[in-house]
Design a protein. Structure first.
Length: 241
């Protein structure tokens, strides 16, 4: 568990709201959500289907425009009164954020190494440097032995670890995951959660994961409960590793 007394939050959301559509078709997906997540914390977003979990993750990941609120990422004010303060959100994402999706979303015609290296090349690394760093990351995630494999040849757990390597490629300090263990058995889910915690500690990062997965609840420091777009409650977990 992190010490939050003197640390600055990596993610600070204040009064975030998001609605889709207007009038009769309006859906209030997030209502006045405020959260703070600190370095080295592993935090879960939990709630029924449609409660706003993915919407919240996408707002934090700067891939969805909120309707109102303010947001600070890694000590930088990025959103104020529902307006982005940066014009280049793609660069902001590349600099600060790693995304892990439920299904691994690997590019099917690139091998494991190139799936990871691609992100590095997008960030401006040359091909050789990108591939070297990709192999290093795959080794770190203990899938180095599969570095030349195409995604279709990887097991679910291996593919998810390659996807995690990709999310980490640019050393983001904010890692967002939408149901990262949903497709895995409990042993593999445990391995992925151990890895995420190791990352949080070793890279001084914050991990925010949406989950329905009861077998991993005890792996989180805190759980935010969402209901109808509102933060319902917060559970602290004294047992988390
Ligand atoms: N692009 C969109 N356009 C319109 N409504 C949307 C859009 N995206 C989400 N919504 C609505 O916003 C609400 C929150 O959706 P969200 O995907 O965040 O839920 P969730 O908690 O992730 O659900 P699940 O557990 O099923 O993944 C839902 O009512 C959904 O229908
Ligand atoms: Mg969702």
């Amino acid at each position: 568990m992190s010490s939050t007394a003197d640390a600055v939050p990596l993610v600070r959301l204040t009064g975030i709201s998001k609605h889709f559509g207007e009038g009769q078709t309006r859906v209030d997906a997030l209502r006045d959500v405020s959260i703070e997540v600190y370095p080295r914390e592993v935090v879960a977003l939990l709630g029924p289907s449609g409660s706003g979990k993915t919407t919240l993750l996408n707002v934090i990941g700067c891939i969805l425009d909120p309707s109102a609120g303010a947001m600070e990422l890694d000590s930088e004010q990025v959103l104020e009164n529902g307006h982005w303060l940066r014009s280049n959100l793609r660069q902001l994402r590349l600099d600060k954020i790693g995304f892990i999706f439920q299904s691994h979303n690997l590019i099917p015609f690139l091998d494991a190494t190139d799936n990871v290296a691609l992100v590095l090349q997008l960030a401006g690394k040359d091909a050789g440097t990108a591939r070297n760093r990709a192999v290093e990351l795959l080794d770190y995630l203990e899938v180095g032995n599969r570095k030349g494999s195409m995604p279709a040849k990887l097991s679910g757990g291996e593919a998810q670890r390659v996807a995690i390597a990709r999310a980490l490629a640019n050393n983001p300090r904010i890692i967002l995951a939408d149901e990262p263990t949903a497709a895995l058995d409990s042993r593999r889910a445990g391995i992925v959660m151990d890895l995420l915690r190791k990352l949080a500690v070793e890279q001084d990062a914050a991990i925010i994961a949406v989950t329905h997965d009861e077998k991993i609840f005890d792996r989180f420091d805190r759980i935010y409960h969402l209901r109808d777009g509102r933060l319902d409650s917060e559970t602290k977990n004294s047992k988390a590793a």
